[in-house]
Write a protein that binds this ligand. Structure first.
Ligand SMILES: [Zn+2]
Length: 167
């Protein structure tokens, strides 16, 4: 499956993603192709919107990221190393901030190559309820770069872009 990147100005980027109800081979192939695309396009994540499909689906691939001491990941109630959550397929996610701490870091987006990276303030720790590509439910609690990457992609599923925060 060859995917084409949707760029800023494409109306698909402003749509609300449709909930996924069929956990079939087609979904697995799309998720797999999106994961391959994160490598080819050198992104930490990719939302289905960015490949022209407004669905409640994104992938995360924190390629090249080294673990830092204050990073913490808990998957389904169990503390896990970065390697367990470095690559994620996330379907039908619901996101909640945890605590009041926030971080401000510069972000960019594959769909907005002509825009400068710019600072976005986001909650430092989040909890994400979602399904994987088989439909199995998970709860992920995380902070730091993973929390930021997830919040950026989660925004895509609701038609929100990082440049909206500067307005
Ligand atoms: Zn993006």
């Amino acid at each position: 499956m060859k995917l084409a990147l949707a760029y800023y100005g494409d109306p698909v980027l402003r749509k609300k993603g449709k909930k996924i109800t069929q956990f079939d081979e087609q979904l697995k192939q799309l998720a797999q192709a999106m994961m391959v695309a994160t490598v080819e396009w050198e992104g930490w994540g990719l939302a289905a919107h960015q490949v022209g499909r407004p669905l409640q689906l994104f992938v995360i691939n924190l390629q090249g990221l080294d673990p830092e001491p204050d990073m913490e990941f808990s998957l389904d109630g169990e503390l896990v190393p970065l390697e367990r959550v470095r690559k994620l397929v996330v379907v039908n996610p619901i996101l909640h901030p945890v605590g009041l701490e926030a971080d401000t870091e510069k972000e960019g987006c594959l769909s907005l190559p002509d825009y400068q990276r710019s600072p976005v303030k986001r909650p430092r720790t989040i909890e994400l309820s979602y399904q994987d590509e088989t439909g199995a439910p998970h709860v992920l609690r995380c902070n730091h770069w993973l929390a930021r990457a997830i919040q950026h992609e989660y925004d895509h599923l609701h038609g929100v872009l990082y440049i909206d925060y500067g307005k």
